[in-house]
Design a protein around this ligand. Structure first.
Ligand SMILES: Cc1cc2nc3c(=O)[nH]c(=O)nc-3n(C[C@H](O)[C@H](O)[C@H](O)COP(=O)(O)OP(=O)(O)OC[C@H]3O[C@@H](n4cnc5c(N)ncnc54)[C@H](O)[C@@H]3O)c2cc1C
Length: 392
């Protein structure tokens, strides 16, 4: 949609937008838990990954977050910026974003061909032939903006990779990113639904692999939440022992916690209330249980070593990790079509002139927090402007 709108700014260009679903923007409706985290004002090249993360630089610098928000404002969207830099529609409804885009596409030189599943694109001479079911449509330029494989239930598919591979474009290995991580630790069931602000360290064979601070959500199969999405990229891939170490009270030192537990012991706090007011009740109970302390005992019986053990469990709770959830649960695809075969200044293929690609289909994935949609808007805009300009 971003590419189509940019290309249509040249009134001499006729734009056709092919969408396999019967409406545009279906995936967008599900983004940000239905709120659509459409950008992040801090989005810059360092928030992106891929074999050539620097590929994002021209697109992001030409259509940076501030410019994107201005563009949305001109389309009629009110937005709000949270302290973390995340941008949401003021209405808190993803459909506001889809609606302003849909209305903007209603232009004389744009035809939205919804329900058109592009199956094949070929090039003969200077013209591209687009095959959709039993129709063939001819175009001078093509922009492949099919998205990635992530979110398969919402339409993520191999389509874009396949369409581009016919032109010789190769892809790197595709992996789920911004995804929940599974555990084989049975205790997680008792914590289902618990949320906690943690510092998370992901360890591979005991060595630090990735770390971040934010909200963790426990699910029946493992760990979820923004901070888990952040540390999930490439976690649990390949051999090795994977663990998550959770610090449930990152703002307190172990020494402060030991002093607090002694204070509670002196106040004759019952054992099952020892961590009350510090942590989610269920989490507190799991922590004392995992430290080998029985509820029947009295806090006055706790030894110095047991108090230290409880504090260690609060500061470095160990959970074994098995694998990431699949592509159907992932928010973005890590890996994609090789960017080295595209010009970052125009998004045009270096293999086939007149062919462009943008968004998630390329080997670029962003951090959690609006980075992936920002890449979709920025790269789409650059592809659309380039394709539209050269058609003059
Ligand atoms: C559940 C979920 C939540 C997310 N939340 C956020 C968030 O809050 N913030 C954020 O920044 N990112 C988020 N993302 C990631 C973000 O949605 C994607 O990275 C982004 O939408 C990619 O944009 P795109 O234009 O490349 O592809 P898409 O948005 O996937 O759009 C591609 C379009 O092409 C269509 N299509 C594909 N193949 C064909 C074909 N052969 N013929 C015709 N049409 C075709 C698809 O139907 C689709 O409409 C989320 C993703 C998921 C799955």
């Amino acid at each position: 949609m971003s590419a189509a709108l940019a290309a249509s700014e040249n009134p001499n260009v006729q734009v056709k937008l092919f969408e396999r679903h019967n409406r545009v923007g279906r995936k967008l409706l599900a983004t940000g838990n239905g709120r659509c985290n459409l950008s992040n004002i801090y989005a810059g090249t360092c928030g992106y990954h891929g074999q050539q993360a620097d590929f994002t630089r021209p697109a992001l610098s030409r259509f940076h977050p501030e410019e994107t928000l201005l563009w949305f404002q001109n389309l009629g969207l009110f937005t709000v910026i949270e302290d973390s830099g995340r941008v949401y529609p003021y209405s808190d409804q993803a459909n506001s974003v889809v609606d302003v885009l849909r209305l903007a596409l209603n232009k004389p030189n744009i035809s939205v061909l919804a329900g058109f599943d592009v199956q094949k694109i070929t090039k003969t001479g200077t013209q591209f032939q687009v095959d959709c079911m039993d129709e063939q449509i001819f175009c001078d330029k093509i922009i492949v903006a099919c998205g990635g494989l992530a979110g398969t239930k919402l339409g993520g598919s191999m389509s874009g990779y396949k369409l581009l591979s016919r032109f010789g474009h190769k892809s790197t290995r595709l992996r789920p990113a911004l995804v929940q991580l599974k555990t084989d630790w049975g205790g997680v069931v008792a914590l289902k639904g618990v949320r906690s602000n943690c510092h998370v360290r992901v360890l591979k064979d005991g060595a630090l692999f990735s770390e971040s601070t934010g909200e963790v959500q426990f699910t029946e199969y493992g760990l979820s939440g923004p901070v888990i999405f952040e540390v999930s990229r490439d976690a649990c891939c390949g051999s090795g022992q994977w663990h998550a170490e959770l610090d449930f009270l990152p703002d307190y030192t172990e020494e402060q916690l030991i002093n607090e537990l002694y204070r509670r012991q002196n106040a004759h706090m019952p054992m099952d209330e020892l961590l009350t007011g510090m942590l989610h009740n269920r989490l507190g109970r799991v922590i004392t249980k995992c430290s080998g302390i029985q509820n029947k005992r009295h806090t006055s019986e706790l030894s110095h070593y047991e108090i230290k053990d409880i504090c260690r469990s609060i500061k470095a709770f160990d959970i074994s990790l098995t694998e990431p959830m699949g592509m159907d649960c992932a928010q973005v695809t890590a890996g994609g079509v090789l960017t080295s075969d595209f010009d970052p200044d125009t998004m045009e293929s270096r293999l086939v002139s007149g062919l462009y690609a943008c968004g998630e289909v390329l080997d670029i994935d962003g951090d959690c927090g609006g980075y992936n949609l920002q890449w979709a808007w920025s790269s789409g805009r650059l592809a659309g402007t380039s394709a539209g300009k050269e058609a003059l």
